[in-house]
Each structure stands twice: as C-alpha cells, then as structure tokens.
Design a protein around this ligand. Structure first.
Ligand code: ADP
Ligand code: MG
Length: 693
C-alpha cells in the first residue's frame, strides 16, 4: 500500500488552490492527473519581473512591473474594439488594453483613482505606450508577490500561465519531507540537494542557468526517476529468476526436419541468435532473453526453432502475439514448417469460447498440443499447460512488464524469449528492459532490395494517387496508412473512412479498409483480401493492423508522416521491401513542417538501418518532444533527458543491482526509502511482489 506520506501527492489536481473543475482538465492535459505530476512538470523558461521603471523609462517590448494610477475606463462600445483603461504616473501615461473583457470585472480590478501594480509587456501604439492583457494586476501592498522571477511552464491551449505557476507552487508546498533513498556517499560526492530541496530549486529558477539539465537539482531529480525505473526493472527480473530454472536440451531431431522444410537458409545472425538461445535453455537457470531485429529480419523462424527444442525435450511452448491478427499470422506462417516435423500447433484467442475453447484447454493439459499460439488470452487463469518450458512473447511493445510476469507464472521455471522489432538505442534499451540478455538479428535475409523512400508535402496528394494508380495497374499491392492520434480517435477513423471512400472512387473496388474499431471478422476479411487476390490497396489506421506479412506489397503511402515516431515509421516501412521486387515508400507530411521535423523524416530517406534511425532520432529530438517514444511504447521520462543524463542511467542500473544484492526485499532503512521512491513513480505493481516490510 502506498505510504500515507504520499497521499497529498496522489490527490487529484483539483486539490490545489486555483484549480477548479473548469481548469482541471487543462492542467491534467498539460501535466497529468495528480498533484505529483505537477512536481515533475519542470519550467523551461523564466520571466524576470523585477525591473520596475517609471512609465517614461519603460522600453517597448520588455516585461516590466509598474506602479500606476488608474485614471479612466473607456468601455469598448463594440465587440471588435478593446476595452481600455487609461493610467499614469508622474512621468507619463500608459493604456491597458483588454479584449473581450467584462466591464464589472475590470472595474473591480482597476478602480478609478487608486494605485495598482501592473506587470506585463509594454508596447508602442500610435503615440503612446500600452500594455495588452497585463499578466498581473495587484494592489500596491502585494507588490512583492509580483516583482519576482516567474518560472514558465509548458501549457496547453486555454490554460493561463498564472494558474499553472500557482498550481505547481501548491504542489511543491505539499511535497513531504521523505527519507533519503540515494546512497549517502554518492549524494555527497555529487553535492546534490535533498529531494525536497531539489524540487524547490528546480521550480524557482533565479536565472537561465538554473534551467539547464546540468544543475544539481535537475540532475538529482533525473536520477530519482531513473533509479525508480531501473529498480523496478531489476525487481521484475529478480522475480522472474526467483523460480529456479531447468535445463532444456534437445536432440535436434525436430529442428532438423523444420530446417529441411524451410525454403531458405538461416542467416548468420539467425544461427548465432539460436546458439545463444540454446545455451540459455540448456543452462539450469531461467532464460530471459530479448530477440531484437528489424521487421522482416526473420524473428519468427528463430522462435519456431527455439520452441521446437522445448518440444524435443518433452515439454511445451507458447507464443504470444499482441493482437489477434498477428497471432493468426504466426499460426499461418508456422503451420507449414511445423507440420514437417509433426509438431502439433493450436490457436487460442479471446474469440474462442465454450466447447471449442474447452477442447483446446483439455488437449493442452493432456499434452496433445506442443505449441500454443495466441493473444493475452493465454494468461487466463484456467489455461493450464501439461508442461510449459518456453514462452515466446512477440512484444511489439504492446505488453507491460507485469504481463511478462503473468505468463512466467504458468510453468515452473519457464524460459522467456521476448521478441521486439523496435530498434532501441542502447541507452533506451536499459530503460525498457533493464539488463536483459540480448540477441540481435542485424542482418537481413538475402535478396532484399533497398526501399526507395521519398518525403513529399500532402499538397501533392493528387499526384501520389495518380502514381499509385499506375503502380496498381502494373500489379503492385499498396498500403495506405492514415495516422491515429489518441486525442481524437473518432476523427481519425472518420478521416480514414473518408480516405478509403476517395481512393475507392478513384481507383475502383479493389481498395480495402482496416482499422482498430472494426469487428474481428471484418478485419480478418480485409486482411485476407489484401494478402490474397481480392484487394490491391489497403487503407489502414494503425501499426498493429499492418503487422502482417504480405510479401507482394511493394508500395506504402503514409499520410501525415510527421505525426509518427521515426521508429514507428521504420517499422511500418518494413512491411514492404519483403520480396525480390523493388519497393517505394512515400512519406506525406502536412505543411508547414519545422526544419527539425523535416530533418527527422529525411533520416528515413537516407537509411534503412533501424539502429541508426533510432540513435539519430534520439539525438534530434529535443527535450519535451516525446512523441516518438510515446508511440513506440518506450517509457517516457519526465525529468530525465537521456541525451543529457545518459551517464546517470548506467549509474542507476548499477545502483539498483547493488541494492538488490544486499537487500533483495527492500527491508533495510534505505530499502524502505526506496519503496517510497517506487510509489512516488507509480511502480506500485512491482512493490507488491516484495515481501511486506
Ligand atoms: P520478423 O518477424 O522479424 O518481422 P519474419 O519472421 O516475419 O520477420 O520474416 C519475414 C520474412 O522473411 C518471412 O517471409 C520469412 O519467411 C522470411 N525469412 C526469414 N528468414 C529468412 C532467411 N534466412 N532467408 C530468407 N527469407 C527469410
Ligand atoms: Mg514477425
């Protein structure tokens, strides 16, 4: 259970003064739902309001704080004209300008004949000075509140800066004094402040230098976040390892038959990865291995050969895919080679119910199924294997860490192989998987041609449709990807449906549509049509639906490519270029596009090396522009910036490892403090796996 000291931080943001029901959704959108989220919402700029000139000395374009006498209100008269308030001091006059403001509110805020402290940007207008929508207006006795250095926070449309500043300050004030979780000697060496001091400093910058990632306060907060991440991963790993492993060894009889049935030879990378997997399985400890390889690098066959080994040893294996379509796809791909070795495969998804499902479960328990392929339906409690020895998880970043735990619990000492197609840079790898063992398929199957990738503005859509038409006439199959943005899924689905209608009007009836909200049967039908003879073009909304293998597809169009993460675009593109025919990928962007965004898309033009793309993306992506990671499913950090704090990550990993070596259940004093840290970063699930302390 979350410690009581943290309760104030996990209250909803409405608990803060100034955040009412109207503004709360905006605060949530900008920062997050809890008070704690505001602590992690660091300022990116500051406004110095300490400059207090007389009116005559106030320079246009600069933020000033001025003491004024309110002389006269001039209501707007018409909705197009602003409301003006004439003010002065002994050196000159200044007009305050308000658009769409309520007169009675302004009369109260700026009573005629009284003095007010006003802060904002002055500007020249005709012959006089004016200030439009001052940031602050207070009576003279509250001058000190205004004449400060004000942090500037990321906002969202409609959320006044003032409210955010106040809310964050309220959150920082609620931060309790917590027992130190960083090693005392390390803390001293780094000369870092305590957690609470660090929050105070990070949110009260005194100058530009205090906004830098390298300040002690920011480094400390980044370290806290990274340590929570690494400790959580280390705990998951420790948990998986807790159950003793077992040695799985095969005699190669099934494997030989499968390999003989394959229409190709294994690549060097595939053979090497298999050796690594074999060694892990043969060892008496549990395997926890990541098989990392670009789309199309041939992970599936490696998985099959690993599973065959488990069967050779007299046990069973499971292969879990993130979606039903992918599970079916795996079954279809594996059926042929598996049959050659007499392996018995079955499929279990959420769609199987009643008697047919029971039949599968009975066969599984009796050992009449060697390899079970499915979705997360494999986790359900009543799914019992006779003897599960290997679980392969085709991750594609759809599963969380706890789901890996669930599947591992299905067998004693189940070996785990996690497959991912996301090329993760080394730094990020550590944040997503901790120190899992890794096999890399860094070599493409032979005979693949490079993909011709082009970056074009959406304005050239007509031309693109013309080109697609010609390609289809020449026998090409085409993927047409529409973006899906979380905030407005409905609109995006409508856009995809519209696009489908348009394209069908131009290109004829061999144009299909598939998206996440369709019924499974409809989806399957569309996919089957595209894989088969019925459809030549498939409009699709998300990655998942195109996570299938249609080698004949040679053209891909991506609309609003700028909305995707680079890694995701790279994965999407991997769906073409899978045959001996040359392929073309058209990335269409919505104009205007920033230089940075254009540079990102151009990386895809230059290379097909997923690892290079990922590294470049990490370099190019400024802090705060996290779209890429969010969409690829990698963890996002609020305070740690891996481009700047990368070296802290390695320290956090070593620290986490050391902690668990000496205090595996986090029972000692520092251990208890670390539990609080885990709760602070919402790793509740992982704390639950510990013995209570
Ligand atoms: P991944 O799962 O890594 O995206 P797949 O396992 O789906 O890739 O393989 C993509 C395609 O490449 C499949 O059609 C598969 O049969 C083929 N393939 C796999 N390994 C080889 C190889 N060594 N040589 C030639 N083709 C291969
Ligand atoms: Mg695959």
């Amino acid at each position: 259970m979350r410690p009581e000291s943290l309760y104030p931080l996990f209250a909803p943001v409405t608990a803060l003064t100034g955040v009412g029901p109207r503004l709360a959704p905006l605060v949530v959108k900008a920062a997050g739902p809890h008070v704690a989220d505001l602590l992690w919402h660091l300022p990116y700029g500051l406004i110095d309001r300490r400059f207090m000139p007389k009116i005559a000395a106030a320079p246009a374009g600069r933020v000033v704080t001025i003491r004024l006498r309110v002389d006269q209100h001039i209501p707007s008269g018409s909705s197009r004209r602003p409301y003006r308030v004439l003010c002065s001091d002994e050196t000159g006059v200044l007009t305050l300008v308000f658009f769409h403001a309520k007169a009675d509110w302004l009369e109260k805020l700026l009573p005629v004949g009284e003095d007010r402290i006003v802060s904002g940007t002055v500007e020249d207008f005709n012959d006089g000075l004016q200030m439009t929508h001052p940031d602050h207006v207070v009576p003279p006795d509250r001058q000190d509140e205004v004449m400060t250095i004000e942090p500037v926070y990321p906002l969202t449309a409609g959320l006044p800066a003032k409210i955010m500043v106040k809310a964050v300050h309220g959150a920082v004030a609620r931060a309790p004094e917590l027992a130190e979780w960083i090693d005392a000697a390390y803390l001293r060496r780094q000369a870092w402040p305590s957690w609470r001091e660090a929050l105070g400093q990070a949110h009260a910058p005194a100058g530009e230098a205090d906004l830098a990632a390298a300040t002690p306060a920011r480094r400390r907060l980044a370290y806290d976040e990274l340590l929570a991440n690494q400790l959580a991963l280390a705990l998951v790993r420790a948990n998986l390892r807790k159950l003793a492993g077992r040695a799985i060894d095969g005699d190669g009889r099934l494997r030989r038959k499968i390999v003989a049935a394959l229409p190709f030879r294994l690549t060097g990378a595939q053979a090497r990865s298999l050796d690594e997997i074999d060694a892990d399985m043969a060892a008496p400890s549990r395997m926890l291995r990541l098989l990392q390889g670009d789309v199309g690098s041939g992970k599936t066959v490696v998985a099959l050969l690993a599973m065959a080994r488990a069967v050779e040893a007299g046990a069973q294996a499971a292969l879990m895919a993130p979606t039903e379509i992918l599970a079916r796809q795996h079954l279809a791909t594996l059926e042929g080679p598996a049959a050659a070795a007499g392996l018995r495969l079955a499929l279990l998804t959420g769609r199987d119910k009643g008697k047919p499902r029971q039949k599968i479960l009975d066969a599984l328990a009796a050992g009449d199924i060697d390899i079970l392929i499915g979705t997360h339906a494999l986790f359900q409690e009543d799914v019992a294997f006779r003897d599960l020895a290997l679980a392969v998880i085709d991750e594609q970043h759809r599963f969380g860490v706890h789901q890996r735990l669930d599947l591992a619990a299905k067998g004693h000492a189940v070996d785990m192989l996690v497959m991912t197609a996301t090329p993760i840079p080394r730094t990020l790898m550590l944040t997503a998987y901790g120190d899992m063992d890794v096999s890399r398929l860094d070599e493409k199957p032979p005979g693949r041609l490079p993909i011709d990738t082009r970056v074009l503005p959406l304005a050239r859509l007509d031309q693109v449709v013309g080109g697609v038409k010609r390609a289809m006439a020449a026998g090409a199959k085409v993927y047409w990807i529409c973006p899906l943005v979380e905030e407005s899924e409905k609109l995006d689905l409508a856009a995809a449906a519209d696009r489908h209608r348009d394209l069908a009007a131009h290109l004829g009836p061999r144009v299909g549509l598939v998206h996440g909200k369709m019924k499974i049967a409809e989806k399957d039908a569309a996919m089957a049509g595209f894989a088969g003879k019925d459809l030549d073009l498939l409009v699709a909304t998300t990655v998942i639906e195109v996570g299938v293998n249609v080698p004949e597809a040679t053209v891909m169009v991506v609309e609003h490519a700028e909305r995707f993460g680079l890694a995701q675009l790279h994965q999407l593109r991997g769906r073409i270029g899978r045959s001996d025919k040359s392929s073309t990928c058209l990335l269409l962007y919505g104009a205007p596009l920033s230089e940075n965004a254009k540079a990102r898309l151009n990386i895809l033009k230059e290379t097909e090396d997923g690892f290079r793309i990922a590294e470049e993306d990490l370099k190019l992506r400024g802090a705060g522009e996290l779209l890429g990671t969010r969409q690829s499913g990698l963890p996002e950090f609020r305070m740690a910036d891996l481009a700047q704090h990368g070296e802290l990550l390695a320290t956090a990993r070593d620290d986490a490892r050391l902690i668990l070596e000496t205090d595996a259940d986090l029972q000692a004093n520092r251990g208890k403090a670390l539990r609080t840290l885990l709760y602070l970063f919402e790793r509740d699930a992982v704390v639950k796996t510990l013995r209570s302390g």
